[in-house]
Ligand binder design. Structure first.
Ligand SMILES: [Zn+2]
Length: 64
């Protein structure tokens, strides 16, 4: 498991905290601002690549 990446709202620094620190409060080492860590990692929206099939017009000139 990798570390959590939290962006400090105070100094905009990106902090790396251990997964086991989820749901706890830490103090930013730079600005000492209190941060509430999320309990669960952010849910990534599943990429739904919807393939659209374009119908080809196979119209031919009328021949009589
Ligand atoms: Zn900070």
């Amino acid at each position: 498991m990798s570390h959590l990446r939290i962006k400090c709202p105070g100094c905009q620094a990106t902090l790396q905290v251990k997964q086991e620190m989820r749901g706890k409060q830490i103090a930013c080492p730079k600005c000492q601002k209190r941060l509430q860590l999320p309990e669960a990692p952010p849910v990534k929206a599943a990429m739904s690549a919807e393939a659209t099939c374009e119908g080809r017009d196979g119209t031919t000139g009328l021949s009589s």
